[in-house]
Design a protein around this ligand. Structure first.
Ligand SMILES: Cc1cc2nc3c(=O)[nH]c(=O)nc-3n(C[C@H](O)[C@H](O)[C@H](O)COP(=O)(O)OP(=O)(O)OC[C@H]3O[C@@H](n4cnc5c(N)ncnc54)[C@H](O)[C@@H]3O)c2cc1C
Length: 540
């Protein structure tokens, strides 16, 4: 664990570096490791007090990953993946954070990371980036890598009267280090996305009364979490690289061992379709969406899977009115599918109440609680489980200025525009890790992170070897890429929901489907671009 030393750090003289990395989550940590191996001088700035990113901030009860632990980890170092032991099928936040700390210690990464320091601005002053922090410090660097995360900007909706609330207010994405004591308290949860669905069953056990304010019901499938079977672990570890390689060939870069079907629903009999859905439900986890090959392509196939889940909700929730409210109507999977342990059954508890805010929203927050449709719900504590300004929020909060002073905000006014999700025209030597326009949030993100970091590190090495100082996306290549990302999405049901994938959870955000579906063809394209001497980029 690190020792605090920010006073000393902030009095460092302005530095001239090869590379600045913003963020010390899984992306920033690995980028730092690769940058060092290239012999580059490097500094990482991290707003948090320690490493881990998502897993540093999201300490809410029940937080865990829903990609299986044996896959949700780095693959760049065989010894690392052999030595680390996960305890459960889906790892908890504390365990993932321990893993991030282990990696930081094992590769001695902390000494180049400046914690408790937020980057507030970066200006391209040819040929260097000038990077400014909230500590008033400025450093310059040839390359700037944004490892700032896709889900790192907490969304706090503006609700009338919020500041007047007399009790504590929490956000799942910025959970305090000291666990709040909810015993004997009346707790309100605003939001019913993934973080809410993970935390509500546990909060219900801790609080005297739990009131859940729901705007949109979401689909969730049971995790069927369990301790990891040592035989399964041994089989994977016997040839971890081959397991990783098979996973990288999956559309979402995970789950080669999971029951995914390529058969379209219409080619199955009703009994076979039913059996396919039941088997995935029993298996647990995100691979419910793999029941049919066309579940996210064909409306009828999707309708059948959605109705199956609604039937399960009716089977779990005793009060038919509550079951109806909890039943989503939208396409299943086009909003991020959630994975839970005991979510629906929690609503059978006498201390849990569901309040529908779909029609009228919340009137206001008062010192005593939340008012909906004129009715007061008295609360002692309030939890916002309202997610994130995903994919672009964190980047757009930084004053990033490229060539001729053009801001990223201006460049992305009509939605994010990138080449390969890695680079932005007009912003030379700026790299985004898992940026919009790359598979990112539709994949096992650690796999996507490693692929991006490797590509960026190789690119920087290439520039050095070829005596080039800058690389910049060509506008035409970027336009073609933006079109491609949209066209891929339009062949699916994904863009049809008001999801955070399209920015619909943030008022005023331009609606564009931001991630790219399909990991293997994407990797092929990135490799091809590099092999052709960085086709679509200008290298000078
Ligand atoms: C609750 C939750 C569950 C998830 N579960 C899964 C899962 O099961 N599978 C999966 O693949 N993915 C999951 N994710 C996505 C997860 O974000 C990624 O898997 C991964 O951890 C991202 O790593 P990262 O380093 O790219 O970004 P992050 O972990 O978000 O790290 C970014 C870091 O950058 C820092 N930062 C941002 N802006 C600045 C700034 N201006 N100055 C300084 N520092 C800054 C932040 O403080 C943060 O520490 C989940 C996300 C959440 C929120």
């Amino acid at each position: 664990m690190r020792e605090s030393g920010t006073v000393e750090e902030t009095s460092r003289p302005a530095a001239r570096l090869d590379i600045v990395i913003v963020g010390a989550g899984f992306a920033g940590l690995y980028m730092l490791h690769r940058a060092r191996a290239l012999g580059l001088s490097v500094r990482v700035f991290e707003a948090a007090g320690d490493v881990g990113g998502t897993w540093y901030w999201n300490r809410y009860p029940g937080a865990r990953c829903d990609v299986e632990s044996m896959e949700y980890s780095y693959q760049f170092d065989e010894a690392l993946q052999q030595e680390w032991r996960w305890s459960e099928r889906f790892a908890t936040q504390p365990e993932i954070l321990r893993y991030a700390n282990h990696v930081a210690d094992r590769f001695d990464l902390r000494k180049d990371i400046q914690f408790d320091t937020r980057v507030v601005g970066a200006t391209y002053d040819e040929p260097m980036w000038r990077v400014r922090t909230d500590k008033g410090e400025e450093v310059s660097a040839q390359f700037l890598v944004m490892a700032t995360g896709c889900l790192s900007c907490a969304n706090r909706p503006e609700i009338k009267g919020l500041d007047s609330f007399a009790g504590p207010v929490y956000h799942t994405g910025e959970w305090p280090h000291e666990e709040p004591d909810f015993a004997g308290k009346r707790v309100g949860v605003i939001g019913t996305g993934s973080s809410a669905i993970q935390s509500i069953p546990i909060l219900a056990e801790r609080a005297r009364m739990l009131t859940v304010f729901q705007r949109t019901a979401n689909y969730t499938v049971p995790a069927k979490n369990a301790p990891l079977d040592p035989d399964f672990v041994a089989r994977i570890k016997a040839d971890y690289p081959a397991f990783r390689a098979r996973n990288s060939l999956q559309i979402n870069a995970f789950g080669s061992n999971l029951p995914r079907s390529s058969i379209p629903a219409r080619e199955l009999s009703p009994a076979e379709r039913r059996a396919a859905l039941e088997a995935r439900w029993e298996y647990g986890g995100l691979f419910f969406l793999g029941a049919f090959g066309d579940l996210l392509l064909d409306q009828a196939a999707n309708d059948e899977a959605a109705e199956f889940v609604r039937e399960r909700i009716r089977g779990s929730v005793k009060d038919p009115g509550v079951a109806r409210l909890l039943s989503p109507g939208q396409i299943i999977g086009c909003k991020r599918l959630c994975v839970d342990t005991g979510y629906y059954a929690t609503f059978n508890r006498p201390n849990v109440r569901l309040v529908d805010i779909s029609a009228s929203g919340i009137d206001e927050i008062t010192p005593q609680g939340v008012r909906v449709n004129g009715a007061s719900h008295e609360l002692d504590a309030l939890v916002f489980a309202t997610g994130f300004d995903a994919m672009t929020g964190t980047l757009l909060r930084i004053d990033i200025r490229g060539r001729d002073g053009k801001t990223l905000q201006d460049a992305w006014r009509a939605g994010p525009r990138t080449y390969l999700g890695l680079s932005v025209a007009g912003f030379p030597n700026l790299f985004l890790i898992t940026g919009p326009g790359s598979p990112s949030v539709l994949t096992n993100m650690i796999v996507s992170i490693e692929q991006h970091v490797n590509w960026i590190a190789d690119c920087i090495a290439y520039l050095g070897q070829h005596g080039r100082a800058t690389i910049e996306a060509q506008p035409a290549a970027q336009e073609a890429w933006v079109e491609h990302v949209g066209a891929v999405a339009d062949r699916t049901l994904y863009p049809m929901c008001n999801s955070w994938y399209v920015g619909a959870n943030i008022p005023g955000k331009t609606r564009v489907f931001m991630p790219l579906l399909g990991f293997p063809p994407y990797v092929e394209k990135c490799d091809e671009v590099a092999a052709k001497g960085y086709e679509g980029f200008e290298c000078r």
